[in-house]
Design a protein around this ligand. Structure first.
Ligand code: MG
Length: 251
């Protein structure tokens, strides 16, 4: 069969509906190349600085993007002169004014250089995605605790693949990719997922979020839409600091 006859036969089968376009093996490179839609251009930031399309949530100048989780008044954490903020003990968690669904989040944190207490009471804070799902922040250097609650865990759900903290008192980075769960008629129909990179090391690899991350009890799955990002005041003078917080919305 000549090449032309073969192409005519394939075309006839396509038109007649006996085969689909996907079942025909391409014979030229152009058949598997496409040009639209063109992805948007994003200028990357240098040394952890936000890329051009990021929403900056904290750049060291103010806490204006944040409120108290207790009563929605102004956030009462301590704004430091070095461009960071520190948990103000027992003033409560703080959360963003803006609500988010799926996001790429960059956040930097550090435990106080002066070590106090042990286990879960040493430099404990946390990053809550969608106000519900905690990525643990903890000073785990020479400090044992339950591994599903150690630094980088999805609290009480997923043990991190590695413990990648820098020395106590130095700045850590978390780069988090969060995909929100989906709900229909009050029921979860698709689980959320979390990927966490700690100081450049993959520690949570697209893990399935089982539900909320309570201290006591099993994960729960209340239906929800977008929600704030929340940072934890663990209430034991943790003195954890944060800086350079930005997100890119993924939905
Ligand atoms: Mg915590």
């Amino acid at each position: 069969m000549s090449r032309l006859t073969n192409r005519l036969l394939v075309l006839s089968l396509l038109v007649a509906g006996f085969i689909t376009a996907q079942e025909v093996e391409p014979t030229t490179p152009e058949e598997t190349e496409f040009y639209k839609p063109v992805p948007p251009k994003v200028t990357p930031g240098e040394n952890g600085a936000p890329p051009s399309d990021a929403i900056v949530l904290f750049d060291g100048t103010s806490l204006d993007k944040w409120i108290s989780s207790r009563d929605s008044t102004a956030a009462k954490w301590i704004l430091n002169e070095d461009g960071s903020m520190t948990v103000n003990d027992r003033t409560g968690d703080i959360q963003t004014k803006q609500n988010f669904g799926s996001v790429q989040l960059h956040i930097e944190w550090k435990s106080p250089a002066e070590v106090q207490r042990d286990g879960q009471n040493r430099g404990n804070s946390g990053v809550f995605l969608n106000n519900l799902y905690e990525v643990q922040v903890l000073d785990n250097n020479d400090n044992d605790t339950y591994v599903n609650g150690q630094v980088g865990s999805i609290y009480k759900q997923h043990v991190p693949l590695a413990m990648a903290s820098v020395p106590t008192g130095e700045w850590n980075t978390y780069d988090i990719i969060y995909h929100a769960p989906e709900f229909e008629k009050g029921q979860k129909v698709k689980s959320g997922t979390l990927t966490v990179i700690h100081n450049g090391v993959l520690i949570q690899d697209h893990v399935e979020i089982k539900g909320t991350t309570p201290y006591i009890g099993w994960p729960k799955n209340p239906p929800h839409g977008k929600g704030p990002l929340r940072l934890q005041d663990h209430g034991d003078n943790s003195r954890v600091s944060y800086r350079n917080i930005w997100v890119r919305e993924l939905d």
